[in-house]
Design a protein around this ligand. Structure first.
Ligand code: BDR
Ligand code: CA
Length: 301
């Protein structure tokens, strides 16, 4: 039986591929897509979700969620994802609409399901506050790191944008799996992966255009030779847990630090004497992961 999934995202170049992976993998029953402001404003990321679903013929409800974090102003990643949040390809008007329902209500109608979160955790926290944990089988999120950050020295972007929401999620008691930079930085979209995608036809060519823009900003901002496909790794963990190795650990979210706001304090050696509250990704089967990404795009083509 495919796993029912609601994907909460902020497309975003890597979110776009996460949508394609979730929609194209036979192991996943993608029930709904919800959007949250983070990589760009809510209007922009929602339009981007519509664009990807239109391009790939993905027919699932899309609903808008929170336009700003729980308590802080919005901080966007224009330096990495561009002015539209998904710069690179040119898109016509989308052919799929957005449902007139808040993201958390749409999520609730599609429970029980696994919640895959690839943006700031604002919608997920609001869901837990409004509806509790009932029906949420697991939250698999891209965010944080066992090591250093990418937005500040210690904070990864999704957690940095809304650390209070992240704290709600990690303290919720719902099974949480954290896919952090320590593994997603292994998922580098090399030219050979891009070539495999491009060979698949128009949808693959759209992926190529997305990855070309993403590669340029990752080179410029971070000095990477190839861009990391963060968000699809969270989807991959749901498709086949053996793709992503995890360990149980306590994860604290820094909400009050002077220099460390949004840091994920991952206690890999049990030094804080806290019970584990998350499964934390520590390894990725990179080749099998990219095989699954290419396979999913080929199924949607
Ligand atoms: C995360 O931040 C966003 O820019 C990406 O889409 C990904 O979800 C990586 O830190
Ligand atoms: Ca994202």
């Amino acid at each position: 039986m495919p796993t029912p999934v609601v994907l909460d995202c902020d497309p975003g170049h890597d979110d776009a591929i996460a949508i394609l992976l979730a929609a194209g993998a036979p192991e996943i029953d993608l029930r709904a897509i919800t959007t949250v402001a983070a990589n760009q404003t809510l209007d922009k990321v929602t339009l981007n979700a519509q664009r990807i679903c239109s391009a790939a013929g993905i027919d699932v409800p899309i609903a808008r969620g929170c336009a700003r974090p729980l308590v802080r102003p919005l901080y966007v990643a224009e330096d990495v994802h561009g002015e539209s949040g998904m710069d690179g390809p040119s898109f016509g008007p989308p052919s799929v609409a957005v449902v007139e329902e808040h993201a958390i209500d749409l999520m609730h109608r599609h429970m029980p399901a696994t919640l895959v979160a690839t943006g700031a955790l604002t919608n997920v926290a609001l869901y837990l506050q409004r509806y509790g944990s009932a029906g949420v089988r697991e939250i698999v999120l891209m965010g944080g790191s066992t090591e250093r950050g990418n937005t500040t020295p210690y904070a990864e972007f999704n957690i940095y944008v809304d650390p209070e929401a992240a704290a709600v999620v990690f303290e919720s008691g719902v099974p949480v799996t954290m896919i952090g930079l320590n593994v997603t930085h292994q998922a580098l979209v090399t030219p050979s992966v891009v070539a495999r995608l491009e060979a698949l036809g128009p949808l693959g060519q759209m992926c190529e255009e997305l990855m070309t823009f993403f590669a340029a900003t990752y080179r410029e901002v971070f000095g990477f030779e190839a861009p990391p496909l963060h968000d699809p790794v969270a989807v991959a963990r749901v498709i086949d847990p053996s793709l992503v190795t995890c360990v149980e650990a306590f994860v604290g979210i820094e909400t009050a630090g002077i220099f460390t706001r949004g840091a994920t304090v991952v206690d890999l050696h049990g030094r804080l004497n806290q019970p584990p509250n998350a499964r934390v990704a520590v390894g990725l089967d990179v080749d099998r992961f990219f095989d699954r990404v290419v396979d999913a795009v080929s199924r949607l083509t």
